[in-house]
Ligand binder design. Structure first.
Ligand SMILES: [Mg+2]
Ligand SMILES: [Zn+2]
Length: 201
C-alpha cells in the first residue's frame, strides 16, 4: 500500500522527460554538407565539406536527431526535377551512411516566389528564412526546439533558426569581415571557419 503512494502520475512525467531530452542538430545542405557550386544535383559535383562526416557521426553517438533543411529552388526553376533531387538525396544519404554518418530526415523547399515554374511558383512557408521546415520537424518528431542547434552558411539560415527559436546557431563562413546580429532574441550565433570548431554536448 505505501509504495503506490510514492509514484504519482508516472505516465505524463515519462513523456515529458522523453520529449525534453530529444536534442536535434539542424544542418543546411549546400555550403555545410557539400561545397556549394550552385544548384548541386549530380554526384560528380558533390564534394564533402571538411569535418561534416565527423560532426554528423558525433551527433549520432550523442543521441541527436540529425535533420537537413535545404532550399532547393533549382527544382522550381526547372534546373532539375524533384525526382532527380530525391535520387541524388538518396545517394548522398547512402554515401554518408557508408561513412557511419546518419542523417535522420531531409526537408527541402522546391519553391521560389518569383523565379519558379508552374505550381512551384509560390510564396510558400517552407523556404528559408521562413521557419516552416523546422516547424514541420517539430510536428513530425515532437522534438524540443530548446535543445536544438543549427549549422548554416548564409544569413537566411541564421534568420530561419532565429524565427524557429533554435537557441544555438553556428554560422560557417570563410569571410573575414565581421557581421553584426541585430536580432533581439536569446539566440546565440557563433561564427566559425571550420566545422571542427563545433563542440556538441
Ligand atoms: Mg547554404
Ligand atoms: Zn517552399
Amino acid at each position: 500500500m505505501p509504495n503506490k503512494a510514492v509514484k504519482p502520475h508516472p505516465e505524463p512525467n515519462k513523456k515529458l522527460t522523453a520529449k525534453s531530452m530529444q536534442k536535434t542538430l539542424f544542418l543546411d545542405r549546400d555550403g555545410v554538407i557539400n561545397v556549394n557550386h550552385g544548384y548541386v544535383h549530380k554526384k560528380e559535383d558533390f564534394i564533402l565539406i571538411d569535418g561534416i562526416v565527423e560532426l554528423i557521426r558525433h551527433a549520432n553517438q550523442l543521441g541527436y536527431l540529425v535533420i537537413v533543411v535545404t532550399n532547393q529552388s533549382g527544382i522550381g526553376r526547372g534546373l532539375y526535377t524533384e525526382q532527380q533531387f530525391l535520387d541524388f538525396n538518396d545517394w548522398m544519404l547512402d554515401s554518408l551512411l557508408q561513412q557511419e554518418a546518419r542523417v535522420d530526415k531531409v526537408y527541402y523547399c522546391p519553391h521560389h516566389p518569383s523565379e519558379a515554374l508552374g505550381n512551384y511558383a509560390k510564396n510558400c512557408e517552407c523556404r528559408k528564412p521562413k521557419p516552416g521546415m523546422a516547424l514541420n520537424a517539430i510536428n513530425d518528431f515532437g522534438l524540443d526546439i530548446s535543445a536544438a542547434i543549427m549549422v548554416g552558411d548564409s544569413a537566411s539560415d541564421v534568420e530561419f533558426a532565429v524565427k524557429a527559436n533554435i537557441p544555438e546557431i553556428y554560422w560557417l563562413s570563410s569571410q573575414h569581415e565581421a557581421f553584426i546580429i541585430n536580432y533581439h532574441c536569446a539566440t546565440t550565433v557563433t561564427k566559425i571557419n571550420n566545422l571542427r570548431e563545433i563542440h556538441l554536448n
